[in-house]
Design a binder for this molecule. Structure first.
Ligand SMILES: [Fe+2]
Ligand SMILES: [Fe+2]
Length: 144
C-alpha cells in the first residue's frame, strides 16, 4: 500500500501550510492502513480534514489575490472524487476505497511540489500573513 512518508521534499517552508500537510499525511495513512470495517470512518475523517485543508488554501488565494483559478479547481475536483468514492464505499465497494488510498500518495507529492509550492512562494512574496487564517477546524479526529 502507498503509505506516505513525511520527508524534506514535502516540506514547503510555510509553517501553517506544512502543519496542515503533516495532518493530511496522517489522515491519508489512516485510510491506507484501515481494514474493511475502518475504511469508511477513516475516509470520512480524511474528507473532513481535506475540506478544511482546501478551504484554508482557497481562502489564502482569494485574500491575497492569487491569480490562477486552476489550484482551486483542482481542490474542487479532488473533493468531488473523494465524495464519489465515499458513496461507492458506502455501497460496499471497498476496492474503490483502497484504490483511492493508493492514489493519495502520488497525488499529494505532485500537488505539494507544484501548486502548493507556487502558492506558498506567492504568499511570501506579497507578504500575506496566514496567521490565524485557517478555515474553522473540523470536529474530526484520527480514527483510533
Ligand atoms: Fe495543500
Ligand atoms: Fe493545494
Amino acid at each position: 500500500m502507498a503509505h506516505i512518508e513525511w520527508s524534506e521534499k514535502l516540506e514547503i517552508g510555510l509553517a501553517p501550510m506544512d502543519a496542515i500537510h503533516r495532518e493530511f499525511v496522517d489522515f491519508a495513512n489512516a485510510v491506507v492502513a484501515a481494514d474493511d470495517a475502518g475504511l469508511l470512518p477513516a475516509l470520512d475523517a480524511l474528507i473532513a480534514h481535506t475540506r478544511m485543508h482546501f478551504a484554508t488554501e482557497d481562502r489564502w488565494m482569494l485574500e491575497s489575490n492569487f491569480p490562477p483559478p486552476c489550484h482551486r479547481d483542482e481542490h474542487r475536483r479532488v473533493l468531488e472524487v473523494m465524495d464519489a468514492v465515499r458513496g461507492q464505499v458506502v455501497a460496499g465497494d471497498m476496492a474503490l476505497g483502497r484504490r483511492l488510498a493508493q492514489e493519495l500518495s502520488p497525488w499529494f507529492e505532485q500537488h505539494a511540489s507544484t501548486m502548493d509550492t507556487v502558492l506558498a512562494a506567492f504568499l511570501q512574496q506579497v507578504g500575506y500573513d496566514t496567521t490565524g487564517k485557517a478555515a474553522p477546524a473540523t470536529d474530526t479526529a484520527l480514527p483510533a
